[in-house]
Design a protein around this ligand. Sequence first.
Ligand code: ZN
Ligand code: ZN
Length: 482
Amino acid sequence: MIDMDTIVSLCKRRGFIFQSSEIYGGTGSCWDYGPLGVELKNNVKRAWWRDNVQLRPDMVGLDASILMHAAVWKASGHLDHFTDPMVDCRGCQRRFRADKLDEGEWVHYCAATKGNKFMVPAGEPCKHCGARRTLCPACGKGGLTDARQFNLMFKTFMGPVEDAAAVTYLRPETAQGIFVNFDNVLQAMRLKLPFGIAQIGKAFRNEITPGNFTFRTREFEQMEIEYFVMPGTDEEWHQRWIDERFAWYQEYGLRKENIRLREHEKDELAHYAKRCADIEYLFPMGWSELEGIANRTDFDLKQHSQFSGKSLEYFDEESKQKVIPYVIEPSAGADRSTLAFLVDAYHAEEVKGEKRVVLKFHPELAPIKIAVLPLLKKNNQIVETAKKICADLRRRWYAVYDDTASIGRLYRRQDEIGTPFCVTVDVQTVGDAKATADQKVTIRGRDSMEQIRVPISAVEAVISDLMSGQWAAVAKQTGLVA
Ligand SMILES: [Zn+2]
Ligand SMILES: [Zn+2]
């Protein structure tokens, strides 16, 4: 299993992810997606949106604002209950989650060994004196305050006056924007149950202990679905969504052995949830949540109906009755998914005695689809032909031209950023004094490193087949380049 440091350093080196405000020393747990990262993340979001909205007759989309009426958070329960228990160290002033104090190793100055400093493994007693941790785990000296409840919402002020009446919050989840628009969408789109509303957008949580790269951050992007169903059909729909979402990640390349379902225990469930299952991925730090799929019952619509005084019912034509729909919520993280696809794509291989790092992205997710490379950058005909092919391909896919190194180096660079196909233009393509041009180019596949040779006029059609995973079939037709 690859470690996180390797991923973080590859991400920085190749322009996937940078630390935010790095020239000022960085800002805690905030990350910026670089030129390749933004492509990768956009591709993840685009695949999710197409599969969950555009390809389904029972789904529509929404893009609600981040700032909402403050009453939303009273109704949703976030104002009163969206808290973590927190303690402070009286010595070093560090802040910890009270329920996570013993999840990391702790600093101990041991009286049995003349006060020597030890790092004791998480949750274990000192092996010299048998003492357990009571003081601050980070400095080993300070006492801890009693636990206090700390609200995770970012508070801000709307308008020019900073007083209580102007207080509002950055949304801690995108879901509430969907619930408050339930009736608007229902009426405007003339929908019938069951139907769903999907949304991709930023959410903010003032986590006490963020970490693990882009896995847990204070600003993050969600891909959420609220799927409304007739009460009584909710359990069946819940299972269908669990199965579909679990299959989705594998369709885009996550390996089966690295993904699992984890059912929430009864005491772990939110008070309104009937059942919840997490899709977990085997990240470098261990199994962690990628997506939660919850049956939220009719809790949210009921709450907003009560607090707003507006009816959020659905009139069922068949039974001629008004019902409050139940809701199934598949809630995924765009940043987490992107990180999981990155981690899973990473392969370090040995090729002819040399190390090759390759990101084996699904072609749909790869930031760059095609690199067009000239074999000789001093040959004008080769360069011009390559640039022309690149410009033609770019109208349909993200393609780049690169002539800044030898062909071997160029291939390795494209492997390391996960470009599925390289198109190479050589002397044979354009001809020279000794031979006439064959007007063909070489296409190299990233994973197998096999090469095929096809006419320039057929490149677009061939790449189209290759993008849909037909390398073997195409290679059989054209034959491999020896
Ligand atoms: Zn301390
Ligand atoms: Zn000790």
